[in-house]
Structure formats: C-alpha cells, structure tokens
Design a protein around this ligand. Structure first.
Ligand code: 5RP
Length: 216
C-alpha cells in the first residue's frame, strides 16, 4: 500500500525537475524511487546527494552528481519525511541523514517534500533524531534530556553520532531553538514550516499538494 504511494509521489516529484536544473536529493526509500524515476525522466539535470546511499543510487541511475559547494545554490530540493503535521512541521532523520538533508534543503530556492499518506500526523511527536559531536556525547544528551544514542547505528559520514530525543514536542519552535542552542548538538530532525515550499502526498494512486489539497 505505502510502497505504491511512495512510487506515485516519487514520480510526481520527478516531474517537477526541468532540464538543466540544479537539484538536491535527500535520502530514504522514497528518494531511492525518485532517483530511479529521474534516471528515466530527467538525466539532463545536475544533482547533489544528501547521503552516501542516495549517491550510490544516483550513480547507478546515470544521474550527474556534483558536490553542493560547486553549485552553492539549488533550484529545487526533493526529500521524504518521517512525519508531516498540520502546521507544516516535519520530523526527519529516521535514516540518520537529517544533518546533510537540512543543509541541502536550506540551499534550495524550493524544498518539496514527498510522502505517502501514513506520514501525515495532526501534530509531530517524538522521537526527534539528533546528530551529536563524538566528543562527550553523554554530557550533550544529558543536557538535551530524554535522549539516547540510537543502537547499532554507525556514525554519520561526517563523524557525528546519531541519537534520538524522546521527550515532549508540544512546542516544536521552542524545542528546535533549544536544540539549536545546545552545545554538542550538530543538528536535529525538526524542519520548520518556512523551510518547506510544498508537501506532495500520495493517497492510493492520487497525488495532491498538501497545502492546497489540489490534485496534481
Ligand atoms: C532520512 C529521512 C527520510 O526522508 C525519512 O526517514 C523518510 O524515509 P522513507 O522515504 O524511507 O519513508 O529523513 O534521514
């Protein structure tokens, strides 16, 4: 069911890419399907990958990849999400790639999120993924509170340790500000609504814009 929705929304995402665009690609199973669709529909754009697995998939699909620093700015970034709420907040990082994903999303003039219908929630909640510096992670996580290292998860390609925060998320803005201000927290998986231009949601085979509800 959700695999069919992921396939539908990833094809809708691929259709947003135009020839010659500079496009950021996030990470996860939806993005893997997106990469396959882009290999068929849009090999004539330039791509940046937010994770090593996306990089491998993109190379296999014949996409042209460059480092983000070579482009500076992106026309579009496309990514999946673990949760999307009514106010437009996202929780990302189930695949532990949220630090690079946020950098890629922030570099894009338009960041579009592609989700199956199970990702919609009235209000986001825990767990919120974290990446913390490998120096004194216990001290950092104690300061965050209600947080622990994710078992059996390797460090990020940038050397950070992956953890999750399990406390309340009643006020996502206040929590995001607190995590941003905590020494040792490299990045968290809360993505604020102002970062997100559009959310495309698949229900069955139909894909709609989350903000407008209009069929695409
Ligand atoms: C990885 C992510 C993914 O976008 C998120 O986990 C959704 O993954 P999937 O498309 O496999 O459901 O944030 O860090």
């Amino acid at each position: 069911m959700y695999e069919r929705e992921k396939a539908a929304v990833s094809r809708a995402g691929a259709r947003l890419v135009e020839s010659g665009m500079r496009v950021g690609l996030g990470s996860g199973s939806t993005v893997t399907l997106l990469v396959e669709a882009l290999g068929e529909l849009r090999p004539d754009a330039t791509y940046v990958a937010a994770s090593l697995s996306t990089e491998r998939a993109a190379r296999a699909a014949g996409l042209r990849l460059v480092p983000l620093d070579e482009l500076g700015e992106l026309d579009l970034a496309l990514d999946g999400s673990d949760q999307v709420d009514d106010a437009g907040w996202l929780v990302k990082g189930g695949g532990a790639a949220h630090t690079r994903e946020k950098i890629v999303a922030a570099a894009a003039r338009r960041f579009v999120v592609l989700v199956s219908s199970d990702k919609l929630v009235p209000r986001i909640g825990p767990p919120v993924p974290l990446e913390v510096l490998s120096f004194a992670p216990a001290v950092t996580l104690a300061r965050v509170g209600d947080a622990r290292l994710r078992p059996e998860t390797p460090p990020s390609p940038d050397g950070g340790l992956i953890a999750d925060y399990f406390g309340p998320v009643d006020d996502p803005r206040a929590l995001a500000d607190r995590l941003d201000a905590t020494p040792g927290v490299v990045a968290h998986g809360l993505f604020a609504p102002e970062l997100v231009a559009d959310v495309l949601v698949a229900r069955g085979d139909t894909v709609s814009g989350r903000r407008t509800g209009a069929p695409l």
